[in-house]
Design a protein around this ligand. Structure first.
Ligand SMILES: NC(=O)c1ccc[n+]([C@@H]2O[C@H](COP(=O)([O-])OP(=O)(O)OC[C@H]3O[C@@H](n4cnc5c(N)ncnc54)[C@H](OP(=O)(O)O)[C@@H]3O)[C@@H](O)[C@H]2O)c1
Length: 428
């Protein structure tokens, strides 16, 4: 596949070693998966959980996780074929966002003294898989459909055999991609779309005359955003390390600046000013790139690196929100007054219909998945270690179910559900 060819240039060694890991765990995966379609007899599933926050040692494999069955009319239960990791998984493993995410999971905990535990938690924010069951009001997908989705951080994640989401969060997977390739996209796509469209004011029909700067272009969000913006006709400039230049140019970047070069700020300052900056790096980069936006023309700076959850974790909900809000407000006012530039925060937002559009772009070959490394399900801690090393070039994927078993499994899962339905119908 084109994406595989692209990535061979950049990470042949990682790919080779992960292929070896994949082979080593092949027989184990096969044995486990052949009997893994859910039935009334199967109340538990396998997956990777954390029971406390910490470093990689808290990741635990277990086969005793209750299967997340359909409990509301809009629920869609998915058999997971592949998941991918995001920097958020590393942060959440360490407790990042715990206060707000717990509140979202258990809204009553804010007024109740019953401080129930959020553990065990399942990480993993992307899924590509097959629908095995649907609530009564689901119309868009059906058992047997191949789907993909970004799992919201307040829900149990995809590093498990099954995940249950709402219909709104789920979309049909691009037909041209394997599950492993598809799993590399949903979370970064939902994030990039939310940041570029909602905060950056861009869209397919209004981008052709826009100049966009993407910092951190070689990572998960960056590699997706470059391709999306090129598909929309924008002019795209990217900052990345020197050894990622070939990758981002291959994805369509018009201009590339090596941020490690001593004269990188000067190179950027000499360029024509930008309409939108998507900042995937934050920190010192923020001040530099804010000065690169066109003044007094509605230009927008959108950063994905925000202090909101950290503030809430360290100060509590009210103080944290107030502190983060006042920091956002003062930066927004300051940039508006001094340069007529809009300063905004971008956030991931669940959006299945947006993934439908992305799916079409991928099937049309306009966006390629950039999978840097793949790990089998038995090697989830190794996948976390890979991500923790930084310097991502696209995404790290976990194959939860080996795809050679796919057709057999799809058939097994759907047949079992059909049989159960018939049995239930006969009983009533
Ligand atoms: N707010 C939200 O809802 C939200 C959602 C998704 C992601 N995020 C955040 O957005 C950021 C990007 O996410 P991601 O998934 O793309 O991360 P990622 O896959 O880890 O990619 C980060 C990329 O940035 C490069 N980089 C590091 N320092 C750089 C610099 N100074 N200038 C240019 N490039 C630099 C890294 O490569 P080298 O180090 O080799 O240069 C790497 O390729 C992360 O901080 C993530 O936590 C926020």
């Amino acid at each position: 596949m084109a994406s595989t060819r692209l990535l061979c240039l950049f990470n042949k060694n990682v790919a080779d070693s992960t292929k070896t890991l994949a082979r080593a765990s092949w027989s184990l995966s096969c044995r486990r998966n052949v009997s893994s379609s859910p039935s009334r007899l199967q109340s538990c599933m396998s997956g990777w959980i954390i029971d406390q926050y910490g470093t990689n040692g808290v990741l635990t494999y277990t086969e005793d996780i209750p299967v997340p069955t359909v409990s509301s009319p809009s629920d869609v239960m998915i058999k997971v074929y592949a998941a991918s990791l995001n920097p958020l998984d590393i942060s959440m493993r360490g407790g990042y966002g715990a206060t707000l995410l717990k509140l979202k999971r258990q809204p009553m905990s804010v007024i109740s003294s019953d401080n129930g535990s959020e553990f065990p938690l399942i990480l993993g924010r992307d899924v590509s898989g097959v629908v095995v069951d649907c609530g009564s009001e689901v119309t868009h997908v059906a058992p047997g459909d191949e789907v993909w989705a970004a799992v919201p951080p307040w829900k149990q994640g995809s590093l498990a055999e099954f995940v249950t989401l709402t219909e709104y969060e789920v979309s049909h997977k691009p037909k041209s991609l394997t599950h492993a390739e598809a799993a590399s996209i949903p979370y970064v796509a939902n994030t990039a779309l939310s940041a570029l469209v909602n905060a950056g004011g861009l869209c397919r029909d209004s981008s052709s005359n826009k100049r966009v700067l993407i910092t951190g272009g070689s990572g998960g969000v960056g590699t997706f955003s470059i391709q999306l913006l090129k598909a929309w006709g924008a002019h795209v400039t990217v900052t990345c390390s020197q050894n990622a230049e070939g990758l981002v140019r291959g994805l369509g970047a018009d201009e590339v600046v090596d941020y490690t070069a001593a004269d990188a700020p000067e190179q950027l300052e000499m360029m024509e000013k930008f309409d939108v900056v998507l900042d995937n790096v934050g920190g010192e980069t923020e001040q530099l790139v804010l000065g690169l936006l066109k003044p007094w023309s509605g230009a927008k700076y959108v950063t994905l690196v925000t202090p909101l959850l950290l503030n809430i974790d360290s100060m509590g909900l009210l103080d944290g929100v107030c502190h983060a809000g006042s920091s956002l407000h003062s930066k927004a006012i300051q940039n508006l007054i001094s340069g007529g530039v809009f300063y905004r925060w971008g956030f991931y937002a669940p959006d299945g219909p947006a993934l439908d559009d992305v799916s079409r772009l991928m099937d049309a070959g306009k966006i390629l998945p950039v999978v840097e490394a793949q790990f089998p399900f038995t090697q989830v801690p190794q996948a976390f270690l890979k991500l923790e090393q930084g310097h991502a070039r696209g995404k790290t994927v976990v194959r939860v179910t080996e795809e050679d078993d796919r057709e057999e499994l799809v058939q097994n899962s759907c047949t079992e559900f059909e049989q159960e339905r018939r049995k239930l119908a006969e009983q009533h």
